[in-house]
Design a protein around this ligand. Structure first.
Ligand code: NDP
Length: 330
């Protein structure tokens, strides 16, 4: 009898969008050179958009969802990988045009694989996932722009979410004074436990700012966009920098050129999906060095594959705190 395994399949037939767990066989998988036994995946904001269909993420149907995966190589036509190798994938079009990590097995191109860094388990890498790896890309962008801990406060928006939580933990460990901006007053203790020195309400930044306001931030990591990012730019000090990676509050940016031309503020775009392998490897190496695994565990919950349809709704409604690992075999 042909062996079957489980996967979350997203379909869109005649406008009827649905995500459900289905049984697949190896022959259903894409014809790619590396077969991976998947152990864990994650739930990121983008996964929520793909699972629910509330964002136009999936381009080809049927699609196996999941922008992340971590697992063990079963066999490989590429000599760089051998059975037993521990690998992970972040992005590269997973859950958009390529079948992704919400599957107990997956076949992928070898150039999309990242080796699991020493010191991390497969589960740790998915506690980090795309959200956490993007946080590190944002930290690297701020460092490249010359932002250092002695220059003043760094603000992190969408603080209780995935990108925000990991960013706070990394920045605090690196010695920055971190101010967390969150809409969830109930999460003040949580944000402080990750290393936030101060917590401010979401509304402090989500407002109509003047083109320039009193300089308050040496830098920022923004996963919200819209008025929040515009206020952050207006409040960034001379020669400061803001890494922008998200749109949880909207895709617009109602700002002016004033912060750029009068204060030399830098707006740094961060894209994790097609980020080159060299930068990915750098980010993962830095994560293994600069992210406290105890704090990572504090911000993480573990969920089974079967809960994905609900989890997709929950992340979009801002109900998920920190990071979610998906055990695809539970
Ligand atoms: P989460 O849902 O975990 O975090 C988003 C957080 O934003 C929420 O927890 C909430 O934080 C805040 N938020 C939610 N809705 C609103 C709103 N309407 N207005 C203001 N704040 C809001 O998502 P992720 O951490 O996975 O992703 C965060 C963002 O970053 C997403 O937009 C995602 O698409 C983007 N992203 C981009 C990547 C890239 O490559 N550029 C990679 C990874 C993520 P709180 O309750 O604390 O206010």
């Amino acid at each position: 009898m042909t062996e079957t395994f489980k996967a979350l399949v997203i379909e869109n037939t005649d406008g009827n969008y649905k995500s459900e767990i289905q049984d697949l066989t190896i022959s259903d998988l894409p014809d790619e050179p590396v077969l991976v036994d998947v152990a864990y995946s994650t739930v990121n904001y983008k996964d929520g958009l793909a699972i629910t269909g509330k964002g136009k993420i999936v381009r080809d149907f049927p699609m196996v969802g999941g922008i992340d995966m971590a697992g063990t190589v079963v066999n490989s036509l590429d000599a760089n990988y051998k059975p037993g190798d521990k690998v992970l994938v972040n992005g590269w079009g997973f859950s958009e045009t390529l079948w992704g990590g919400y599957s107990q097995k997956q076949r992928v191109k070898s150039e999309f694989l990242t080796r699991v860094p020493d010191g991390f388990s497969l589960k740790d890498t998915m506690a980090i996932g795309t959200a956490g790896y993007t946080s590190m890309l944002c930290v690297l962008a701020l460092e490249d722009a010359g932002v250092t801990p002695d220059q003043g406060d760094i603000v992190v928006t969408g603080a209780a979410g995935g990108v925000g939580s990991v960013a706070i933990a990394i920045l605090a460990k690196l010695g920055y004074r971190v101010v967390a901006s969150s809409g969830r007053t109930s999460e003040v203790d949580y944000l402080q436990s990750l290393g936030a020195a101060e917590v401010i309400g979401r509304d402090v930044l989500d407002r109509d700012a003047r083109p320039l306001e009193k300089g308050r931030w040496a830098g920022g990591i923004d996963s919200v966009g819209s008025k929040t990012l515009a206020t952050l730019l207006a409040e960034t000090k001379d020669e400061g920098a803001v890494a922008a990676c998200g749109l949880a509050g909207g895709t617009d940016l109602p700002t002016t050129v004033m912060p750029f031309i009068l204060r030399g503020v830098r707006l740094l775009g961060v894209n994790s999906v097609t980020c080159p392998n060299q930068r990915r490897d750098q980010a993962w190496a830095r994560l293994s060095q600069d992210l406290d695994v105890v704090k990572l565990n504090e911000m993480t919950t573990l969920e089974p594959l079967s809960r994905l349809p609900e989890l997709g709704e929950e992340i979009l409604s801002g109900k998920i705190r920190g990071r979610v690992i998906v055990d695809v075999n539970a």
